[in-house]
Design a protein around this ligand. Structure first.
Ligand code: ADP
Length: 551
């Protein structure tokens, strides 16, 4: 604004100065011309009088030649010229002023000298003797006058520029102060100039439009982030240069990157450099929908990438990352389980098949038939136990749907289990005791009994001669707890994490010999989960094992 005001002021100043100067030069030019003309006329008059009185000798008396004096004979030849040799001069009869003087008694004219840049004024007077006396003088040309005023004009111009600078800055400040103090958020409160009223009205309207648009945008953004943040699937939007435009926290979790790293990375390819992720991004940027499996550490993901088209061109990519770790693990467990079951069933079946083959072939002695029949019975019973355990597990796998729940006194259940296993314990030379007090758990009676049974049976099976098993059922800090502890062989540290896995046994042959299926603790784990109970295993080799179930 200051610059505009400055330019305005200086333009007006220069224009005014130029016009004034031109006007002044015109007046001066005319004025000086008139003065010189009058001077020439006077001088001619006095010289002619002098010549009339004293004759041509008078011309010799004139020493001050400010103007050129010429005497022209009646035939036009130059008789005398103060500025040069009169004899060598051309005939002057045709000169305008001379011609006029011969005709009318006096004449005048003016001529420019381009080379000298001056204007010559001539005045001719017919003397009494018929000759013509001509006096000529110089007047400065317009350009000389212009050159003459150039210097003062330059000084004035510089002063005008300084004054314009100061003035424009002061004016701009003065004009802008109230404009700058306008609160653009509430322009209706100030209206320094009425000329600004339409603009302020427009700002008011725009403000309210922007406010409502911002509100709408915020609402949509919140809606979008609520949806994406509550998605368990990872969600990423990138542009056609792989720059990240948007993401949710699930995406960062699944890709294993922090929010800071994601904010720092310009390209999505910098946050995950795996082959499958790169392929997913590149194929989508080529306009192809595609799905890729990807694993990061122990987790497995499934990437779905979709190109975003605009006017037929790919302008970005939407990437969805699905966490399939659990599904993969379940798939793996299912494969392992199938192979384990087949293996576990194959052993007794092979034995039964072998014996029945021998019996059918009649190669078994009558005395051995009883022994072989016993083996078939025990192998068949092992298979029934195994299948029973598998059925129990699969029921628990289905989240125990349809299983009735009620208040169960776990102390009574523990006593019942101890009774059922009394014979087994006696055979193994192990004493079983039950401690605690009546304590209720809201659960499935059969599953609770199965759980305590499995723990107690293990405590007997993996015990030593004259060993002890103590079952405690009571409330600890208001929480119903069942503890089964024994003084048996214990579980090595490295196996403690795995004993709850299906078919895992510390000593496979020992477990099989004593009729174990490898599913007992797995059933306990599922039963505990079904009752939302915590399991805790403490064990020391050759000291004993303590398993706590806290409901
Ligand atoms: P199993 O049918 O073989 O007993 P479980 O799932 O009940 O299968 O137990 C898994 C393994 O954990 C057993 O094979 C055994 O090696 C170990 N185990 C379980 N309970 C005990 C215990 N109380 N003392 C020592 N080892 C145990």
């Amino acid at each position: 604004m200051t610059r505009k005001i400055f330019t305005g002021i200086i333009s007006v100043a220069v224009l005014v100065m130029c016009l004034c100067s031109a006007f002044l030069i015109g007046i001066l030019y005319e004025y000086f011309g008139n003065i010189v003309s009058a001077e020439l006329k006077n001088e001619a008059y006095f010289i002619s009088k002098g010549i009339s009185a004293e004759g041509d000798e008078y011309l010799n008396e004139i020493t001050d030649f400010r103007n050129r004096i010429t005497v022209i004979n009646t035939d036009g030849s130059v008789f005398y010229d103060s500025s040069g040799d009169a004899q060598s001069m051309d005939n002057h009869s045709l000169r305008e002023e001379v011609k006029e003087a011969f005709a009318t008694g006096e004449g005048s004219s003016s001529r420019y000298s381009d080379t000298l840049g001056t204007r010559n004024l001539y005045y001719a007077l017919k003397m009494d003797d018929g000759r013509v006396l001509r006096v000529s003088g110089k007047v400065n040309s317009v350009w000389s006058l212009v050159l003459g005023v150039l210097q003062p004009m330059t000084v004035v111009l510089v002063l005008a520029i300084i004054a314009a600078g100061l003035l424009s800055s002061a004016i701009a400040k003065h004009i802008l102060r109230p404009v700058n103090s306008i609160d653009l958020n509430n322009p209706e409160l100030d209206e320094p100039y009425e000329e600004l009223a339409p603009l302020l009205k427009k700002i008011r309207v725009q403000n309210s439009r922007i406010k409502s648009q911002m509100h709408e945008l915020k609402r949509k953004q919140t809606e979008f982030s609520i949806i994406t943040e509550n998605m368990s699937e990872g969600f990423l939007i990138i542009d056609d240069k792989t720059e990240i435009l948007s993401y949710n926290s699930a995406a960062l979790r699944l890709l294993g990157v922090s929010a800071e790293d994601a904010a720092k990375s310009r390209s999505v390819l910098a946050i995950n450099r795996s082959e499958s992720f790169r392929t997913a991004v590149e194929l989508a940027l080529d306009g192809k929908h595609n799905e890729q499996p990807m694993s990061i550490g122990e987790s497995c993901s499934h990437i779905v990438s979709n190109p975003v088209f605009h006017d037929g061109n790919v302008t970005g990519v939407i990437i969805i990352i699905l966490d399939v770790t659990e599904k993969e693990q379940r798939e793996q467990l299912r494969r392992e389980f199938t192979s384990n079951v087949s293996h576990e069933l194959k052993t007794p079946l092979t034995t039964i098949y072998g014996i029945s083959d021998m019996l059918a072939g009649g190669i078994v002695k009558a005395d051995d038939v009883k022994g072989f029949s016993e083996t078939i019975r025990s192998e068949a019973s092992r298979m029934i136990t195994l299948i029973d355990d598998i059925i129990k597990l699969s029921r628990l796998d289905e989240n125990g749907s349809g299983i009735e729940k009620c208040d169960v006194d776990i102390f009574e259940t523990a006593k019942a289990v101890a009774g059922r296993l009394a014979h087994t314990a006696e055979k193994a030379g192990v004493s079983v005791s039950v401690k605690g007090e009546s304590c209720f758990v809201y659960g499935a009676p059969a599953i609770l009994e199965e759980m305590i049974y499995n723990l107690t049976e293990n405590a007997i099976k993996y015990n030593c001669e004259n060993g002890k098993v103590i079952i405690t059922a009571e409330a600890v800090n208001g929480r119903p707890v069942v503890i089964v502890e024994d003084t048996g062989i214990g579980i090595p540290d490295e196996a403690q994490k795995r004993v709850f896995e299906r078919f895992y046994r510390v000593d496979k042959s020992h477990s099989r010999r004593i009729g174990g299926t490898g599913l007992g603790l797995s059933i306990v784990k599922h039963a505990a989960a079904f009752h939302n109970a915590d399991l805790k295993l403490e064990s020391k080799v050759n000291v004993g094992t303590k398993i706590t179930v806290a409901f």
